[in-house]
Write a protein of this length. Structure first.
Length: 158
C-alpha cells in the first residue's frame, strides 16, 4: 500500500453490476447510497411459512406472521446462501415500496408488510405498535399491534 493510500485511504469505485433492480447478494438491489458502493438488497420473494397457530385462517395463512415471528424468520433466513437478513425499518420499507415493481415477487399489491420500527403512538385505538406498510398503489403506513398478521420481505445490506 502506498503512503498516499495509508494517509488518505483507498477509494472505492462502484461496480457496474450495482444498480437498482440488479440481482446481487442473494436478492434484488432496491437502494444504493450516495457513494454508489453500498446499499440494500431485498429477498426475491416474501418469507415462506407463517406464525404457528394461524393455519385455520380460511387457508390464507401462508406468508402471514405476527411481529415476533417475523423478526425471528428473518434472523434465521439463509436465502441465497446469506445469513444476515433482517426485517426492514420504516424508512427502508418505504424505499422497498418505491421500487416494488423493479424488485417484484410480491404476493399481492394490497398486502401489508411489517417493519422493524416501533410506534410509540399508533393513533386511534393502537397506543403502541409496529409500523406496517400497505403495498397498494397508495402505500399507506400505519401501526399495528405485535400480534397482528402481516407479510414479511427480508432485506440485507451490502
Amino acid at each position: 500500500m502506498s503512503l498516499f493510500n495509508k494517509l488518505f485511504g483507498e477509494k472505492s469505485y462502484p461496480s457496474p453490476d450495482i444498480k437498482i433492480g440488479a440481482q446481487y447478494g442473494g436478492g434484488i438491489i432496491f437502494f444504493i447510497d450516495q457513494t454508489g458502493v453500498h446499499g440494500l438488497i431485498a429477498a426475491k420473494s416474501d418469507m415462506e411459512g407463517s406464525s404457528p397457530g394461524i393455519a385455520a385462517m380460511k387457508g390464507l395463512s401462508e406468508g402471514l406472521f405476527n411481529w415476533p415471528d417475523a423478526v425471528e424468520a428473518c434472523r434465521k433466513s439463509e436465502t441465497g446462501g446469506f445469513r444476515d437478513w433482517i426485517l426492514p425499518d420504516k424508512e427502508q420499507l418505504n424505499q422497498l415500496f418505491m421500487h416494488k415493481r423493479v424488485v417484484g415477487g410480491f404476493v399481492q399489491d394490497s398486502a401489508t408488510y411489517w417493519s422493524s420500527s416501533e410506534s410509540l403512538d399508533g393513533g386511534g385505538w393502537i397506543k403502541a405498535g409496529i409500523w406496517i406498510k400497505d403495498f397498494s398503489r397508495f402505500g399507506n403506513q400505519s401501526a399495528e399491534p405485535k400480534d397482528a398478521y402481516n407479510r414479511v420481505r427480508a432485506i440485507r445490506a451490502f
